[in-house]
Design a binder for this molecule. Structure first.
Ligand code: 5AD
Length: 347
């Protein structure tokens, strides 16, 4: 089968009819050509640059009970921790000296971190590091809360929609969570002025290619600045303990399709990709990703932020080994830059 025509049209129009998109999503043989096209588009927009973000996983307490996630509140085996403001500031100081100019504060939906606590932390980071971007990944909150975080100095927000299909959403989440609210959060965040990131898991239980198509269509409506995807990976202490992981090559194919549909997006080569294959991170970059997010959390808690089994916290994942990471990125054909790395968007 010759994919050139379809891929060229995707490259040109950033879109395809449903049938052809689904065909690409499902075609293993399309990977190589898709990756080449995606790499061309990525180089045209971002050159060889790979942006680095310092990830601070500041709490693994979570009030939600999502069926796929290792830090769900129902997992009584999870050893819980939360970082103090002083811990977080220490992470930022270390990160800054290593060259990081974006700090990503990611955590479960932990009620301890009220708006007051969050704003206090954000404001201090903003004051100490005026040249850095502050990214939040703290889940669903009210529009007022989001506005308060923005006013305190946060610039970006990551909130994956996880799946854009209602009944699939229902099968991944307990009743008290709704896709509608999640989407509302994303649109609120955008209106407030955040650079917004969304995304989904590939190969999550019960997912069909129609679901993936709906994910792409939803992203076209949202027009996010960042798009994070990774394979689903089971966690032994969740209801999905026996499901298979998502497919590496399908995930890579979707990274490439996303690059072609969203040329300006910041797309991370995610930890989950690095977890299912030793070279997953490099493969993600070659498929069109242009961001990596090494871990800046204190060493003592790294093993505890276990969203899924075997989540890697190897040297290359660690912010303090940024030199090793740089070499890896060079070996993949790109280079790490320390710029803040804001989105380059024309719309
Ligand atoms: N496998 C892969 N990704 C997962 N996430 C949560 N649990 C898993 C899992 N079991 C992802 C979700 C969430 C992000 C922080 O991690 O997509 O948005």
């Amino acid at each position: 089968m010759n994919f050139s025509d379809i891929i060229n049209r995707l490259k040109l129009n950033r879109d395809l009819p449903d049938g052809e998109l689904k065909f690409l999503i499902s075609s293993d043989e399309a990977n190589e050509q898709l990756a080449l096209a995606a790499d061309e588009i990525r180089r045209a927009n971002y050159g060889e640059d790979v942006y680095i973000r310092g990830l601070i996983e500041f709490s693994n307490y979570c009030k939600n009970n999502c069926y796929y996630c290792g830090i769900r509140c129902g997992n009584t085996k999870a050893v819980r921790y939360r970082l103090t403001k002083a811990d977080i500031m220490e992470c930022c100081a270390q990160g800054y000296s290593l060259g990081f100019r974006t700090f990503v504060l990611q955590g479960g939906e932990d009620p301890h971190f009220t708006d007051e606590v969050m704003c206090d932390i954000i404001a201090e980071i903003r004051q100490n590091y005026p040249d850095c971007a502050i990214t939040l990944s703290v889940g669903e909150r009210s529009r007022e809360s989001y506005q308060a975080y923005f006013n305190a100095g946060a610039n970006r927000f990551l909130l994956r929609h996880e799946t854009a299909t209602d009944d699939h959403y229902r099968r991944l989440h307990p009743k008290n969570l709704s896709l509608q609210n999640r989407k509302q959060c994303l649109f609120d965040l955008k209106e407030i002025g955040f650079q917004v990131g969304s995304g989904f898991m590939v190969g999550s239980p019960y997912q069909s290619d129609d679901n993936l198509l709906a994910d792409l269509r939803f992203l076209q409506t949202l027009q996010p600045d960042m798009i994070g995807i990774g394979p689903f990976i089971r966690h032994e202490d969740t209801p999905f303990a026996t499901f298979d992981s998502g497919d590496l090559y399908k995930t890579l194919r979707l990274v490439s399709i996303l690059r072609l549909m969203f040329p300006y997006a910041l797309i991370p080569s995610t930890t989950a990709l690095g977890t299912i294959h030793p070279q997953g991170r490099e493969m993600g970059l070659r498929a069109g990703a242009n961001v990596v997010m090494p871990n800046l959390s204190p060493k003592r808690v790294r093993e505890l932020y276990m969203l899924y089994d075997n989540k890697i916290s190897t040297d290359e994942e660690a912010a303090e080994s940024v030199d090793k990471l740089k070499k890896k990125v060079v070996s993949a054909g790109y280079r790490v830059v320390t710029a803040r790395g804001d989105v380059k968007k024309e719309n």
